[in-house]
Each structure stands twice: as C-alpha cells, then as structure tokens.
Design a protein around this ligand. Structure first.
Ligand code: PLP
Length: 481
C-alpha cells in the first residue's frame, strides 16, 4: 500500500500511501470492541476530552497517512489531523525510524544533543526574518504562549496585552485572559491589562460591513475601532499584541492579508511587540512556511507547536537575540522547563521538519488546498439551505453552516446580517452521517474546520469530497434524519 513514487498530481516526490479510502465493516459506529473499551475508559478517565473523540466513540488501533483504523477494523479518512497536529500524516516511516533510533540513544534532559543542534540549524534555515534566530523549546502550545508573554514583559517593561475576538492561545491562566470567546467565562478574575479587539472575520464581520466589500467598503474599520478602543483603555502601555495569522479555533478563519499588516502597524504605533501565534498555521499548513508570510509582516516573537514535531508534544518560541536576552527570562533556568528541548522531542521535530522539506509538503499543501477548495467552493450555491461560506488557504479550510430557516435577526438597521449559525444538534447529525461513511470531521459545530495531512493526494481528496457531497445533498434535501 505504501509506495515510493512520484505523485503524478503534483510532481512531488514522497513515499506515502495514495488514493486512500474509508471502509466500514461493523453494523454501527462505534463497533462492539470500541464500545466495550470506551465503557471501561468512561469510568476511569475524567470528562472533558476533545469533542470529536467523545462523539466518534471509536478506539484507535493504528493509523497510516490520512486514515485511522479502529479496533473493530473500520478504516476512517481523517480530516481532523489531531486539529492541525498531523502535518506529515499518520505513521510516516521516516518519522517512526527517527523516533525509534532516538529512543535507543537518549530521551531525558536538557543537555545539548547533536539532534538539537541539527534541529536548531534547520529552524534557522527557514527563519521568517533574518534576526529571528533564537529558539526556546516547551511541550504544549499554551506553555510557549505563556513564555512569550513573560518575555514580552521582560523586554518591554510593560504588562498589558492585546488579543483578538475569536482568538485562542491555550487554557493556562495568562492565555485564558487573552481568549476571545466565552469559553473562559467561569475562570476569572483574569490578568489585568488584557484588551480584546475585533478580528477580521469577514463572513461574520463584527460591524456587519460584510456586504460593503473589503477594502473599499469597510476600510478595515475593525482596525480603526481597535485603535480608538486601545487609546481609551490602555494604562501605562502595551507589552505586546498576540494574534493568530489565521484563526483556528474560531473556524479556520482567514482575514484579508492587509488586516495582519494593519495590526502590525498598530502594534508599532503603541510601541508594543507583535507575537504571532503560528501554533496551527505554521510549517506549511496554509501553503507558506509560516502563516504570517501571506501578509509580509515581521513578528517580534513567533510561537509554534502542533505539526512542529509531527505529533510529539513540542512547542517553541522563536525570537531575536536582542529580545531573548531580556532578563530575568534569559537567566539560567529563566526560560526553561522540565521537558524543554529533550532529545526525543528534538528527534521528532527534526524528522517532521525534514519530511516537510524533502516531500515538498509546503507546496503540496498549497496545491492540494487549491484542489480541495476548487471541489467544494460551490457548496454555498449548491446547498444554500445550510452552507453560508467555504474558505481556505493551503490545507487550512473551513465551511460555515448557517440556518436559512431562522432569519429573524434581520433588522431595519442591519438588513444584511449574515444568517445565524446552524444549531449544534443539526451539526451533530452531519457529523454522525460522515462518521457512518467513514469520514472523521469537526462538523459538530457550525464553523466546520478542515485540516487534513499535508501528505494528502488528489484521489484521497476526491474520496473525501464524494462523502461530503453525498451527506450534504441528503441534508439539503431534508433526507436526514
Ligand atoms: C493558535 C493556538 N495557540 C495555542 C494553542 C494551545 O496549544 P496547546 O493545546 O498545545 O496548549 C492552540 C491550540 O489549539 C492554538 O490553536
């Protein structure tokens, strides 16, 4: 099944399974073996697991490329990818080899290792800007974000932060203060000096200017509003703006390129650092090595994670020599952590980033993203009863489910309000129909996020889109449930 060949679709060379399909062999999903193990786990594991894992109910046996096989023998096509963790797909042979070899050498500790030096050199080869040549390693995204906030405070001597509506930077205390959703509601009080500004989510424009068209109609009013708001609200000064170049959790939202440029200008106007959170948009996911490269801005600090190490828990911050010299962050043990930079994590990341280079996965992400989008971009016209928008950059895509039967929110003042989001119970029906056909998705909420492995090929995309077409057609014709 695994072939080493030239992918005729893309002229990219990679050793990977192509034309992958789903195969459902049990009468219902989850199958009997999965149900049995889940019942044991449900009595022992604390609640709160990621929604799609809870809802799918399958127990994973093994995974390869863009597929996951459960212990009942059902094979699923996976377009979740651990929510952007699985850039190189499941079980890439080179990745397995690198991790196995490192396991036999050394695993623990933060001493310098050859593999860490090689990784630092490779990250440096891809540096976003000439002076962004210092890296510090952590385990989770939130941990890297917290470190970036500490560093920004040390470097600037200021302590206020700006983040965005819809933004997500993790679930630790500092990151929660910057979260742009009501997920955080019960966790206050939050860090003082946290300012939230609107994000250019143009489909759901915060100012309902979506029909005026960007940029002539709205003139990036969201940034102008942010400027005024911050002038009124800040006290002694802002240490940093933190922003996702494209928002993942909010629905794989893609702002106009000019928005990021305007935010970068705003940050320098306030003499604040710009932290670009590339956790989900980094390493080719959006068709460029880093997501902010679509906007030609220069961040001061970049936070990375997820597909940075092909599934191994690893995150990092990348910044300049000058900024990372700030104290006490730069003192011995000042920016370190127990697992930061350990040899096993370094081997995982080195293998993942080498695979991304060797297999031309940044380019494959761009090409396959274009192909995938071309196959689904007419969904709003084909299925207007519940699809409002389809968007994507590289293999970072989203579909907005809307409720066309509930248009009561239109008012005289805002006649152009977009349709309300589709209710969760309706989205869950779509999720279950995909699952039955062997497609693992995040379609259980109205902002349906799609981020398949960057190793995906055209035929596998065709197989995925066939399932999507079938389910959407049924849902549109009210044949479900
Ligand atoms: C943009 C962004 N930042 C930070 C995080 C937090 O990462 P982690 O879950 O590894 O703490 C996430 C996770 O989804 C994310 O998407």
């Amino acid at each position: 099944m695994t072939k080493s060949m030239t992918n005729m679709n893309t002229t990219l060379n990679y050793s990977y399974p192509l034309n992958q399909t789903s195969q459902i062999i049990t009468e219902s999903i989850p199958g009997p073996k999965s149900k049995k193990l889940r019942a044991i786990e449900d009595n022992l594991l604390a609640p709160g697991l990621q929604g799609f894992a809870l809802m799918a109910g399958i127990v994973v046996d093994h995974a390869l490329g863009s597929t996951i096989t459960d212990i009942d023998g059902n094979r699923f096509l996976d377009i979740i990818g651990g929510i952007g963790v699985g850039g190189i797909g499941h079980s890439h042979p080179q990745y397995i080899k690198a991790l196995s070899e490192q396991l036999n050498k050394a695993v623990i500790g933060s001493f310098t290792s050859e593999v860490r030096v090689k990784l630092l050199e490779l990250i440096n080869e891809h540096k976003a800007h000439p002076d962004l040549n210092r890296v510090q390693f952590y385990s989770s995204g939130a941990e890297a974000v917290e470190s970036a906030l500490r560093l920004a405070k040390n470097y600037t001597g200021k302590w206020e932060f700006v983040s965005c509506w819809g933004g997500f930077h993790g679930k630790t205390s500092g990151a929660l203060s910057l979260m742009g959703s009501d997920f955080k509601d019960s966790y206050g009080p939050f860090a003082p000096g946290a300012h939230l500004i609107p994000y250019a989510n143009c489909f759901r424009c915060p100012f309902n200017l979506q029909d005026k068209g960007y940029p002539e109609g709205c003139g990036l009013y969201c940034v102008e509003y942010a400027r005024k708001q911050l002038k009124m609200q800040k006290s002694k000064g802002i240490a940093a703006f933190i922003i996702e170049p494209m928002q993942g959790t909010a629905g794989n939202v893609i702002p106009p390129n000019e928005y990021m440029k305007a935010i970068a200008d705003l940050a320098s106007e306030f003499e604040a650092l710009l932290i670009v959170d590339e956790m989900i948009s980094g390493f080719g996911r959006t068709g460029k090595y880093y997501g902010h490269m679509h906007s030609q801005i220069r961040p001061d600090i970049i936070t990375v994670g997820k597909q940075f190490a092909g599934g191994f828990p690893l995150s990092a911050i990348i910044s300049s020599k000058e900024i990372t010299s700030a104290k006490p962050w730069s003192n011995p043990s000042g920016s370190s952590s127990s697992y930061g930079g350990n040899p096993l994590a370094m081997a995982a990341s080195l293998a993942a980033l080498q695979i991304i280079d060797q297999d031309n996965l940044v380019e494959n992400s761009r090409l396959m993203g274009e192909y995938f989008l071309s196959k689904i971009k007419d969904y709003p016209t084909r299925f207007p009863s519940f699809i409002g928008e389809v968007h994507g950059k590289g293999l970072f895509m989203g579909i907005e489910f809307v409720d066309s039967s509930n248009n009561s929110k239109k008012t005289l003042r805002s006649p152009q309000l977009p349709l309300p989001p589709l209710a969760k119970d309706k989205c869950k029906i779509i999720f279950d129909e995909f699952l039955k056909r062997g497609l693992l998705t995040m379609s259980y909420t109205s902002s349906f996020r799609i981020q398949p492995a960057m190793t995906i090929d055209k035929e596998t995309i065709d197989n995925i889109v066939n399932i999507m077409d079938e389910v959407f057609l049924k849902f549109h014709s009210h044949n479900i449930p």
